[in-house]
Design a protein around this ligand. Structure first.
Ligand code: TYD
Length: 210
C-alpha cells in the first residue's frame, strides 16, 4: 500500500472496555497484510512516558499534577513517536490519546475542560486522530472484566464506582455529537467481531487500499 502522510487512529474507552485487545488485533491484522503500522499507547509510549506511567500508577496525585503528567507523556509521545511515524506514512494505532484526559481528568476529576483543551492543543502540535474508535461499554461489564484480570489493578481501576461512572458519562458526552472522525463500537461484542468492524472502517477510510 502506498500512503504518504500516515493515518492516526486513537482507541478510547474506559478501563475494561477491551480497547487494548482490540488495538492489538487490528495491529496484527494490518501487519499480516504487510501494511506499515505502529502500535503505541498513552501513557507509556516513550521511555520517559513509561516513567510517567509508573508515577501516575504508583501513587494518588493531586488532580493538577496528574493532569500535567499525562500532558507531559503526550508531548513526548507526539514528538518522538507519533509525528515521525506519520511522516513515514505509517498507520499509527494509539491505545488512548487526548480524549482520555478529557474523560478522566476533565469529567472524572473535575478539571476545567477548556484548560485541558488548551494544554492538549499545545502538546499535540496540530496533530489530531484521523479516526477515533470508541469502545463503548457499561460500567458493570467493565468492572467485572477488570475484577477477572489477574494483574494488579491500577489506581484508576481501584477508583470508586462513582468516578468510573463519571468517566463513562464523560466519554458519552465527548462522543455525543455526530462526527466524521468517530466510530463507536459496541464493546460487549466479541473482540474478533470488533476487529472485523474496525478493519472494515479503516478499509473504507483509506480508500479501499487495505
Ligand atoms: P494503563 O495501565 O496504561 O492502561 P489502560 O489504558 O489499558 O487502562 O492505564 C492508564 C490509565 O491512565 C487508565 O486508567 C486511564 C488513565 N488515563 C488518564 O487518566 N488520562 C489520560 O490522559 C490517559 C492517557 C490515561
Amino acid at each position: 500500500m502506498e500512503k504518504k502522510s500516515g493515518f492516526l487512529v486513537a482507541f478510547e474507552g474506559i478501563d475494561g472496555s477491551g480497547k487494548t485487545t482490540l488495538s492489538r488485533l487490528v495491529y496484527n491484522a494490518l501487519l499480516e497484510r504487510s501494511i506499515p503500522t505502529l502500535l503505541t499507547k498513552e501513557p507509556g509510549g516513550t521511555p520517559i512516558g513509561q516513567k510517567i506511567r509508573a508515577l501516575v500508577h504508583e501513587q494518588v496525585l493531586t488532580p493538577q499534577a496528574e493532569c500535567l503528567l499525562f500532558a507531559a507523556d503526550r508531548a513526548e509521545h507526539i514528538h518522538h513517536v507519533i509525528r515521525p511515524a506519520l511522516a513515514e506514512g505509517k498507520i499509527v494505532l494509539s491505545d488512548r490519546m487526548a480524549d482520555s484526559s478529557r474523560a478522566y481528568q476533565g469529567y472524572g476529576r473535575g478539571i476545567d475542560l477548556t484548560f485541558i483543551n488548551t494544554i492538549t492543543a499545545w502538546v499535540m502540535q496540530g496533530i489530531k486522530p484521523d479516526l477515533i474508535i470508541y469502545c463503548k461499554i457499561d460500567a458493570t461489564t467493565a468492572f467485572n472484566r477488570i475484577a477477572q484480570r489477574k494483574q494488579e489493578l491500577t489506581i484508576f481501576e481501584r477508583e470508586k464506582r462513582l468516578f468510573f461512572e463519571r468517566v463513562i458519562q464523560g466519554f458519552e458526552q465527548i462522543y455525543s455529537a455526530d462526527r466524521q472522525d468517530l466510530m463507536i463500537l459496541d464493546a460487549h461484542l466479541p473482540s474478533e467481531t470488533l476487529c472485523t468492524q474496525a478493519l472494515q472502517e479503516l478499509h473504507k477510510r483509506l480508500e479501499n487500499s487495505l
